[in-house]
Design a protein. Sequence first.
Length: 339
Amino acid sequence: MSKFTLLFSLCSLLFLMGRMPVAAQDFSSPKKLETLIKPPYLKIGDSVAIVAPSGILKNRKHEVSMAKALLESWGLKVVIGKHVFNQANHFAGTDNERCEDFQEALDNPNIKAIWAARGGYGTVRILDKLDYTTFLKAPKWVIGYSDITALHNQINTLGVESLHALMAVSLGEEPSEIKTSIATFKSALFGNPLAYTLKGSKYNKEGASSGQLVGGNLTILHTMLGSDTSLDMAGKILFIEEIGEYAYHIDRMLQSLKRAGYFENCKGIVVGDMSKIRKNTTPWGKPIQQLILDVVAEYDFPVAFNMPAGHENDNRTLILGRTIQLKVSKESSTIQFDE
């Protein structure tokens, strides 16, 4: 074989290899899931930090005081971040100030849980400024929902569980309206078993499945696409909730997740509250439940509606990163968290 022929053959081989699918992009064979680290449950005398990684807390000191009182009534100590009530336009302080409070809570060995005062917008701006080195050596619970989904995704991809639950400003609601939210939050913090029976829906896609529950606010999940914080959904069950969006926005975000491979080896979907859906001048024509089912029609995993979690007063705590047993029928659905 001449040198020219050999060189041409090698170049052709390299060209063909370059056009072959990369193994990391092959969704056909899901990898074995590793169990995420479970931070220590809280006990009487432990300390919780209340910080504000997102929007401003203008005129919200009373709610934060009530949140502090609630934790203290459970025998916990409370540390409020130095910059919680700062304001930098839209945000609760500058990016550096919000990052400073959160970093202090991550690194302080006496802090056993970090509770977001509120959501809004802004967490993504500090996500890559945080150093998780100390946190990974001694994990602690990170708590919140809505915009805090960005932190949940980051922490879950790092291999640690977190709590999707009410936030400090939730304490401004009528106590009777958030009684269940508070009870499930306390149960999760102190390590009591969690299980939910959801009311049925004619839209439920029946079946049984098991997998790590991950997810959160749909908009935030969508904004994480293409980053290191985007979730690998292989072998997992996705939880989604949303507020204040048009139906076509919800469809667009779900279609984007689908095109990114989110549902290829997904084990199920749990749909939380879809609150205050906005009316477009051109009606979508179908309920949000059917919109979701249409997006995932080609997949055979179960889909459960009516999970009371999201932007409503009944916002029950979910342990993100924890394996659940999901059973779905038209009459009801059950979610059992592994211990």
